[in-house]
Design a binder for this molecule. Structure first.
Ligand code: BTN
Length: 325
């Protein structure tokens, strides 16, 4: 929460975007000491504001941090279902955790949970998902499709296609999808998708789809274990990406695919997914809980399950694995 004084300080600068305002004037207008003004300016800097300070002239806000908020997501959002309700938190443990709670409490289909920072972001196979402040898109979607639980993996592939399409549209990058749901650029991971269910044996109550996108990180911002394997859209394009716009396009693309899927089934989604897939037709190792399976990836089944033919000709259906190319 911003303090009242912080709000008024930002308001002052919003009336004079290019001008400098002296510390003295700010302290008079806000009714606080010069030291307090300096402290607030330092806080703004810590939040990503670029503030020029010139002796005798005062302060000028040169650029604002790229922030996401409910308002920014809503403004210009063209979807009907996805984002019809937005839960935004400046910081949370994990949007996935919060979305599970909300889904359980019965929120509507299309509710999204978005945050600027996750302190306990998690990935597949209980791995950590690194989610630093103001750099990425950390979001979970709640869907309530009337499909059997066994078809849920199809939604993971659908979401991967929607995210890939949106990235292509907003940044011009042509991403690859590695089964089931990693999105890579030049072999490095940019997006991770985590699909989880609240279901009974024959019925889905909700599907919680967590999407993590590395958008504006610099390479140095990735910690040691993933430094060599992860990258961000901004590193690839050399430009800062508008995260709110990308988020809106992701929702729009996923919604279009989702409506097609509910009406016509998985066929079209499968074709689209295959057009982005990098590991089909290649040798690979699938590391499953039951052990490693080495072989040639033949493709995916109509349910989105990976088919691998091992060297002895045997065909394996892989539902969940880590893939090494
Ligand atoms: C993976 O590749 O392992 C999946 C990563 C999924 C990360 C996202 S970020 C938003 C949502 N909240 C989480 O804690 N995880 C997912």
């Amino acid at each position: 929460m911003q303090s009242e004084i912080r709000k008024r300080l930002l308001e002052l600068f919003s009336h004079s975007e290019t001008e400098f305002i002296s510390g003295q004037k700010i302290s008079e207008l806000l009714g606080c000491s010069r030291t307090a003004v300096w402290k607030h300016i330092e806080d703004l800097r810590a939040e990503g504001y670029e503030v020029n300070a010139i002796r005798k002239l005062g302060y000028q806000i040169k650029s604002k941090p790229d922030k996401i908020s409910s308002n920014e997501i809503q403004l210009g959002l063209e979807t009907r279902i996805l984002g019809s309700s937005i839960h935004f938190e400046e910081v949370t443990t994990s949007t996935q955790k919060l979305a599970h709670k909300l889904a359980y409490e019965g929120v509507d289909e299309g509710t999204i949970v978005v945050t600027e920072e996750q302190t306990e972001g998690r990935g597949r196979l209980d791995r950590k998902w690194f989610s630093p402040k103001y750099t990425g898109i950390w979001m979970s979607l709640i869907l309530r499709p009337n499909i059997p639980p066994t078809s849920a993996p199809q939604l993971t592939l659908l979401v991967a296609v929607g995210v890939a399409q949106a990235i292509q549209e907003v940044t011009g990058i042509e991403p690859d999808i590695k089964w089931p749901n990693d999105i890579l650029v030049s072999g490095k991971k940019v997006v991770g998708i985590l699909t989880e269910l609240q279901a009974e044996p024959d019925r889905i109550n909700s599907v919680i789809i967590g999407i993590g996108i590395n958008v504006n990180q610099t390479q140095e911002q990735f910690p040691e274990p993933i430094n060599n394997t992860a990258t961000s859209l901004s590193i690839i394009t050399g430009k800062k990406i508008d995260r709110a716009l990308l988020l809106q396009q992701i929702l729009l693309h996923i919604e279009k695919l989702y409506l097609t899927y509910l009406k016509n089934g998985f066929k079209v989604i499968k074709l689209l997914w295959e057009s982005y897939a990098i590991n089909i037709g290649h040798q690979m190792v699938a590391r499953t809980i039951q052990g490693d399976i080495k072989g040639h990836a033949l493709g995916i089944t109509d349910d989105g399950v990976l088919k691998i033919q091992s060297d002895n000709g045997e065909i394996h259906l892989i539902h969940s694995a880590d893939i090494e190319l």
